[in-house]
Design a protein around this ligand. Sequence first.
Ligand code: S3P
Length: 177
Amino acid sequence: MTSEADPLTLVLVGPMAAGKTSVGRRVARRLGVPFVDTDKRIVAAHGPIPVIFTEHGEAHFRDLERVEVLEALSEARSEGGVISLGGGAVTQADTRDLLKDQPVVFLTVSADAVADRLRGGNRPLLAGGEDPVERWKRIFEERRRWYAEVASTTFDTSRRPMQKIADEIVAWRREQR
Ligand code: S3P
């Protein structure tokens, strides 16, 4: 049961296409709390992410992202919530600071498993000449230490049904109370 005094919150971080949105939505449903995808909030308020990157640059996107993370965390303080962050949110020290003392789940995925998930995507950091999986691997390696820094626990999403992973995360979160 979620109570106002102790609302169930959970933050999901991890590389692009790790399953943060699909797992997060399922976890929120099971916990009976709202689900927030910070990328979707940014798009709703400011338009498509590739356009933000092209017109204003990545640094501006990171500022918008930090504001959405702060807002989602403050909403979750009263009503609980599962908050799924974009893959690069952890690159900002100020955003990582917001995650201190939060229950943070780091979703990992192997490069083999991610190849299918990246097809047809709309991610500006994977656009361009280089093979998207190679670029994804490089970016993941650059960020791995930041994911580890903010994470309370880690789950791998490579080869198991998203619902099963979500169930395990729910069980883990309930144990933390
Ligand atoms: C990004 C990941 C994307 C989105 C933006 C930048 C990144 O979110 O925030 O394209 O820097 O890794 P997903 O992790 O949901 O793909």
